[in-house]
Design a protein around this ligand. Structure first.
Ligand code: SAM
Length: 287
């Protein structure tokens, strides 16, 4: 089978199967061998690795992964792509395809079956409409993994990487940075895809921490506080958290905790570091 990273080969296979792109599935296929090489290198894949690919499309990146990894499991929602994948991946015996929705499959079970429960690496050119639920699902369900190397919308990559005091800083930044070290490894323009997306893209590697960088007594409470803080971004924490019914906190209690932390009573969530959210969560839990 010819290498699909070359645009001519991609177009040939799409025409052969009369494939129609489905916008609702976020289908933008990579057609740039340099970018594909860059993703594989950034993911630091060896023959020891089992790789989970989310949304293999016609199998372009899957071919690269099959060459460099020990084994590859690829989960693809669009059943029209399954016969194409059978053809494009026919020469690899280390690839298994699962025709399902990545948000519905039991990933812990897949890792158990395919890699004896040992940590996997996730590599994907993600469908952008479900970037956040995919990433949060991988972390929150505690899927055993070493790293996640993904193509995402440029703006979302920025959000994952930034710290306090910037406009992109928010609940996604804090969630990603609690679980992993984020590094943007490449910026990718729209002309590297077919069809072209109308946004810029970036490849980001999230290297999972063995231990989170901060300790907090109740992780769920901390993330509930973080979500409430950024739901009402322009409000002070005293007003935002004091008015959030799901937290059951009074304004006085929030003000008291902020005072204990020597923070201004008018501080907003966007100014707090992850360590400060952890401390605030512990203090509010104690009171
Ligand atoms: N990996 C291919 C490439 O780089 O050329 C395709 C990437 S394309 C951006 C995203 C892929 O994810 C598509 O093949 C799409 O059908 C698939 N997809 C969309 N939603 C999905 C879901 N919920 N579960 C699994 N795959 C999904």
């Amino acid at each position: 089978m010819a290498t699909l990273g070359i645009p001519r080969n991609t177009i040939e296979i799409l025409q052969k199967y009369h494939f129609n792109f489905q916008k609702k599935f976020g289908q933008n296929f990579l057609i740039d061998p340099t970018v594909l090489d860059r993703i594989i290198r950034a993911a630091r894949i060896t023959k020891e690795d089992c790789v989970l690919e989310i949304g293999p499309g016609i199998g372009t990146m899957t071919q690269y992964l099959a060459e460099s990894a020990g084994s590859v499991v690829a989960v693809e929602i669009d059943q029209n792509l399954i016969p194409i994948l059978k053809e494009t991946l026919a020469e690899y015996d280390n690839v298994s395809i699962i025709n399902d929705d990545i948000l519905k499959v039991d990933l812990n079970k897949i890792v158990e079956e395919k890699n004896g429960g040992r940590p996997i690496k996730v590599v994907a050119n993600l469908p952008y409409y479900i970037t956040t639920p995919i990433i949060m699902g991988l972390f929150e369900k505690q899927v055993p993994l070493q790293s996640i190397t993904i193509m995402v919308q440029k703006e979302v990559a920025d959000r994952m990487q930034v710290g306090p005091g910037t406009k992109d800083y928010g609940a996604l930044s804090l969630a990603v940075q609690y679980y992993a070290k984020p590094e943007i490894v490449a910026n990718v323009p729209p002309n590297c895809f077919i069809p072209r997306p109308n946004v810029g893209s970036a490849v980001i590697r999230l290297t999972k921490y063995e231990q989170p960088p901060v300790t907090v007594r109740d992780v769920d409470r901390m993330f509930a506080i973080i979500r409430a803080s950024f739901n009402q971004r322009r409000k002070t924490l005293v007003n935002g958290l004091g008015n959030a019914p799901e937290l059951g906190l009074s304004k006085e209690r929030v003000a008291h905790a902020l005072e204990e932390m020597q923070l201004s009573p008018t501080v907003r969530g966007e100014a707090l570091t992850l360590a400060q959210f952890a401390r605030l969560s512990d203090l509010l839990g104690e009171m």
